[in-house]
Every structure is written in structure tokens, then in C-alpha cells.
Design a protein around this ligand. Structure first.
Ligand code: HMG
Ligand code: MG
Length: 304
């Protein structure tokens, strides 16, 4: 069976924009986030408090966050990425209520993305999660991303046990939710089911798991459907299919939010998203970025 409702974790303003070469003006990013919320998305990842030299596109996080913060009062969660104590300090200073750390299942990507081994990065996150969850801030929500859950550009296919170990570590340190990343988009549905089953067998409940698919090989929707049939109800997607990771060659855009909403609507699964408004937003953003959206649904609905 399928869940009656899915929560979409929208990553367009973060995963989508982090990879763009042309720097998008802060005001345009703020409008993007507002329009995504107006389209009915209730979780809109806003930006990253990472090193500005590592991700120059998001170096304006201090200016952006205050422009979108009021959405929090309307019940919109605005998660931000924080790799370390410095990132958490920056986010908390601006009143962030939802943060995400981001681990890797592989050593190669941990090094490329965080300049750390897998275990060194877990040691870096541990005090971040503890402080975020601690009473001092009234309990900030923490998501734990886990990248390279299926394949890695340097290491090839990733053994399930390697993924399960890091997943457990993230939950054990106090993350509220896990997001399983197919960073380079090589997963297929059978592999998705095998990983979910392996996680369940090690005591990771499905209701703590979200899925994060990139669409490199056109498998993102099929993978999502497999996860939904297994009971997953949190799905990451990026408006217009923007996205990629500057530290993982061959990473292309995320699953497009419009493609996801089209499928879920057809299946009778509720999302609360207004597809017309969302498509208009992606069309507008594509204009700002100077190239058409890679989403099939956006192209079909806008005649682009
Ligand atoms: P490092 O060079 O090892 O940093 O980078 P460090 O800890 O040695 O610190 C060096 C200097 O950086 C220090 O300054 C720090 O203060 C400063 P100094 O004392 O030398 O003057 N610094 C910072 N400044 C601002 N904000 C910070 C910060 N941290 C340190 N947060 C670091 C380590 C983690 C910082 C770096 O590797 C980094 O920023 N990485 C971010 C990479 C990233 O954002 N990747 C994309 C997101 S992950 C993704 O896209 C995958 C995902 O979508 C899921 C999927 O698809 O799989 C989530
Ligand atoms: Mg990603």
C-alpha cells in the first residue's frame, strides 16, 4: 500500500542553487523561498552555513536567512545545513530552528566534501547535534543527511553494511531524521528496497527515514515509488529539478518536485502542493538562471 500523505522536503534553494556558477542575487533567492512556501511546501531548505570558500553560491546565508525567517511563523520549516560548530553558531545566531548535518557513507566523499574521514566527520557532528537538541535552544530539529548510500564516483557500489553503520551513528547521536542520499543518482528500486530492509533489520525505523534521489539515470521517481511502497513518507525534491553537488563529479539535478507531485497526485497521495504555482515558480527561476528546467513536468506544463 501507499501512504495517504507525503511530506516533501524541498531542497531547491540549497541543493539546487549550491551548484550554480552564476551567483544568484540574495533577493532572488529570498523570493524563490517565499514562492516555494506559497506553493504549499511546508519544509523549504533555505541555505547552508558552510565555509564560504567551499560553496561561494551560498556565502550570503547571513543576509538571506533574515529575509525568509518570518515564514517560520507561518509554520514553514526552514532547515539549513551546518557542518560544524561554527556553522551551528551562525545558524543559531539568526534564530534557525531546524538544521542538518551531512555525513558520507564513503571515505572518498567525506574527504572531498568535508575534508575529514567518515569517523572524523561524525566526531565533528556529535557536539553539533548535542547542542542543537539541548534545552538551551528549546530543541532545534536536526536532520542527518547521509550521502553516497548507493554508489560513489570514486569507490563504485557502496556495501549496505557501510551505509547502515553511519546511519546508526547519526541516529544514535540524536538526529531526529535521516535522509538517504543517492548523491550521484545511480540507485535502482531493488537497491533502495535492500537498503531500507537492511536499515530496518538494524533497528532503524522507516518513520525516521527520508529519501533523497538525484535523477542522473532517470531512476529518481521509480526509486521514490519503491520507498513509498516500503512505508517512507518523507521525500526530498528540488523545484524544477535544479541541483547537484560541486564535490561529486557526475551529480546532476535532484528529483524534480513537479515530477514528484505529478506522480503523487495521480496516485491519490496528498502533498498540499499547488502544482500550478510551483511550476510557475520553477519557470521564473529558470528564466533567472538563463536555461530551461530539466523537469519533464515543468516542460510539459509550460510548453517550454
Ligand atoms: P576545513 O577547511 O577542514 O575547515 O573545511 P577547518 O575546520 O579546518 O576550518 C578552517 C577555517 O574555516 C577556519 O577559519 C574556520 O573558522 C573556517 P580560520 O580560523 O582558519 O580563519 N570555517 C568556517 N567558516 C564559516 N562557516 C563555517 C566554517 N567552518 C570552518 N561553517 C568544512 C571543513 C566542513 C568547513 C568544509 O569542508 C565545508 O564547508 N564543507 C561544505 C561542503 C558542502 O557544503 N557540500 C555540499 C552540501 S552536501 C550535499 O550536497 C549532499 C546532500 O545534498 C545529500 C546528497 O545528495 O547526498 C546533502
Ligand atoms: Mg543532494
Amino acid at each position: 500500500g501507499l501512504p495517504p500523505r507525503v511530506r516533501i522536503h524541498e531542497v531547491g534553494a540549497r541543493d539546487g542553487l549550491q551548484n550554480e556558477k552564476t551567483v544568484v542575487p540574495t533577493e532572488v533567492k529570498a523570493e524563490f523561498v517565499h514562492r516555494l512556501a506559497d506553493a504549499g511546501l511546508t519544509t523549504v531548505e533555505a541555505t547552508s552555513f558552510v565555509h564560504p570558500k567551499w560553496v561561494p553560491q551560498l556565502a550570503d546565508a547571513e543576509r538571506l536567512y533574515p529575509l525568509v525567517r518570518e515564514l517560520g511563523e507561518r509554520g514553514v520549516a526552514l532547515p539549513v545545513l551546518v557542518p560544524n560548530a561554527r556553522g551551528l553558531d551562525r545558524a543559531l545566531a539568526l534564530g534557525a530552528r531546524s538544521v542538518a548535518v551531512f555525513a558520507s557513507a564513503t571515505e572518498s566523499f567525506a574527504k572531498a566534501n568535508l575534508n575529514r574521514t567518515v569517523d572524523e566527520s561524525l566526531a565533528m557532528f556529535e557536539p553539533v547535534v548535542t547542542r542543537a537538541k539541548g534545552g538551551e535552544h528549546g530543541g532545534v530539529r536536526v536532520r542527518g543527511y547521509l550521502s553516497m548510500c548507493f554508489g560513489d564516483p570514486w569507490e563504485g557500489p557502496v556495501p549496505l553494511a557501510q551505509v547502515v553503520r553511519v546511519a546508526r551513528a547519526l541516529l544514535d547521536m540524536g538526529c531526529d531524521e535521516l535522509s538517504l542520499g543517492d548523491t550521484i543518482g545511480v540507485a535502482t528500486p531493488g537497491h533502495v528496497l535492500a537498503l531500507l530492509t537492511a536499515l530496518n533489520a538494524e533497528g532503524v525505523p522507516t518513520d525516521r527515514i527520508g529519501v533523497h534521489f538525484h535523477d542522473t539515470y532517470g531512476q529518481a521517481l521509480a526509486n521514490t515509488l519503491a520507498a513509498l511502497q516500503h512505508g517512507v513518507t518523507t521525500v526530498d525534491a528540488s523545484a524544477g529539478g535544479l541541483g547537484g553537488c560541486p564535490f561529486a563529479k557526475s551529480a546532476t539535478g535532484n528529483l524534480a518536485t513537479e515530477d514528484l507531485v505529478w506522480m503523487l497526485t495521480g496516485l491519490g497521495v496528498e502533498t498540499g502542493v499547488d502544482l500550478g504555482r510551483l511550476t510557475a515558480t520553477s519557470g521564473w527561476m529558470a528564466g533567472r538562471l538563463g536555461r530551461p528546467s530539466p523537469s519533464r513536468t515543468v516542460r510539459a506544463l509550460t510548453g517550454a
